[in-house]
Write a protein that binds this ligand. Structure first.
Ligand SMILES: Cc1ncc(COP(=O)(O)O)c(C=O)c1O
Length: 436
């Protein structure tokens, strides 16, 4: 059945949706797997149908029926300046006048690499990729080549994209035996970390970590955790890869490495450095990066690597961040949001833990602090789903899973944050009433 026929024939499966939304949802389910192109967008964790959006501006999103929402997903992280920032949009327009994909090195690749290297002291050279996943899988390949070792160490609950090794144990269809190459340690568990290095350290090519976990909800590192990791990797002759796809240019101009004063051997980037267009990058010292082709024997290449329009959008974004650093303001907004949400939960008698650092935050329906994957796992996911749906009904879009980070951008004002807190208080009260 063609989509057009389907649109004509099918009736609404979502009684409350507008007829156009209902038809599009049907069509989406017909021609896209699960109605989406990335699983979390299906909103299954919160028991809702996929959200069909038309456009965004500033801190707002509009769905296909024209309903406006206050957005805390912000494209899952890239939009630190909000939707349709004028400087970014103008740069994209200018870039488009020169062509879409040019096939050779162009000045904006050099300029963006130079800005990144200037911001993150451990980075001397950069290789751009088309996604964060690609950057992480290439960084691991480089670490294996540089050390001549095969195994890698990862942390429970961290996400580094969908490269095979980095998905070991989390997907069907991976090569048999892959899991044997991956040592997994609970994030923030210094004792188990030390034990793993004592046992396996000399066989490990690298450890890869989100310096602030953002894919099991926001979990900042406990005191000493990243320092231990730096020391243990150095002692074992393994590389430390900081996956700063989320934290890069978000925790501050120098990312997590500046924030925690730790130098990684390799760093991966994505999201913000593309200003809302597809991008990824890895960076490190020249002698290490030179192992990549064409200088060295580690292959990476891509038709869209260093895409001119992504470069232009990223460059415009980073130039704004450098000229008018928003980080203090973003941290104030993040703190205001977290404090407001905590008070709202308390006021309604709903036990919640709010994890927040800078402009990133997550609400966990939990009685006790959430510092590890096991804590995340114990939290009440169905309570979160109820809260999300009540909030959504009040025009606020929070990330539809307690495994994702909510983001504030420079387009979020105090008044908008307060609006979300106010709506959240009502949502918590509604949850409490349902529980009673
Ligand atoms: C920390 C981290 N690393 C890597 C990735 C993968 O990036 P991409 O989705 O651009 O492939 C993500 C995506 O959310 C991420 O959060």
């Amino acid at each position: 059945m063609s989509m057009t026929t389907l649109l004509r024939q099918r009736k609404s499966r979502t009684a409350s949706a507008s007829p156009e939304t209902a038809l599009l949802l049907e069509a989406a389910g017909h021609v896209l797997v699960g109605g989406v192109n990335s699983p979390v967008r299906a909103l299954r964790t919160v028991g809702a149908p996929p959200l069909l959006v038309r456009r965004g501006r500033g801190a707002r999103l509009w769905d296909v029926a024209g309903r406006a929402y206050l957005d805390f997903v912000m494209g899952w992280g890239p939009l630190i300046l909000g939707h349709v920032h004028p400087a970014v949009t103008a740069a994209i327009r200018r870039a488009l006048r020169g062509g879409t994909v040019l096939g050779f090195t162009h000045p904006e690749e050099i300029a963006l690499a130079d800005l990144i290297a200037g911001a993150v002291p451990s980075v001397e050279q950069v290789r751009f990729t088309a996604s964060g996943s690609e950057a992480c899988m290439t960084a691991v390949r480089l670490a294996r080549a540089a050390t001549g070792r095969r195994k890698i160490l990862v942390f429970e609950g961290c996400y580094h994209g969908h490269g095979d090794t980095l998905l070991a144990g989390h997907s069907a269809g991976l090569p048999e035996g892959l899991a044997g190459d991956v040592v997994t340690v609970p994030f923030n568990d210094r004792r188990q970390l030390a034990a793993a290095w004592a046992r396996e350290g000399r066989t490990l090519a690298c450890a890869i970590v989100e310096p602030v976990a953002a894919n099991m909800g926001v979990i900042p590192p406990v005191e000493g955790f990243l320092q231990d990791l730096r020391r243990l990797t150095t002692e074992a002759g393994a590389l430390l890869i900081f996956d700063e796809v989320v934290t890069g240019f978000r925790l501050g101009w120098g990312g997590a490495q500046a924030h925690f004063t730790i130098r990684a051997d390799l760093t991966t980037f994505g999201k913000i450095i593309g200003g809302g267009l597809p991008i990824g990058a890895l960076g490190g010292p020249r002698d290490l990066m030179r192992r990549l082709a064409p200088e060295g024997d580690v292959y990476h290449g891509g038709t869209f690597a260093g895409h001119p329009v992504s470069m232009a959008a990223g460059l415009a974004t980073l130039r704004v961040l450098k000229a008018e650093p928003p980080y203090d303001q973003l941290a104030r907004l993040g703190t205001r949001l977290a404090a407001g949400l905590a008070a709202a939960g308390r006021g309604a008698g709903v036990p919640v833990q709010i994890n927040q650092i800078g402009s990133m935050a997550t609400v966990f329906f939990a009685q006790t602090p959430v510092e590890r994957w096991a804590d995340v796992h114990r939290a009440d996911a169905s309570g979160f789903g109820r809260w999300w749906r009540h909030l959504f009904g009040r025009g606020i879009v929070m990330p539809p899973s307690p495994h994702e980070a909510a983001f504030v951008s420079t387009a979020h004002s105090e008044a908008l944050v307060d609006r979300a807190v106010h709506a959240s208080a009502a949502a918590f009260r509604a949850c409490a009433q349902e529980q009673a």
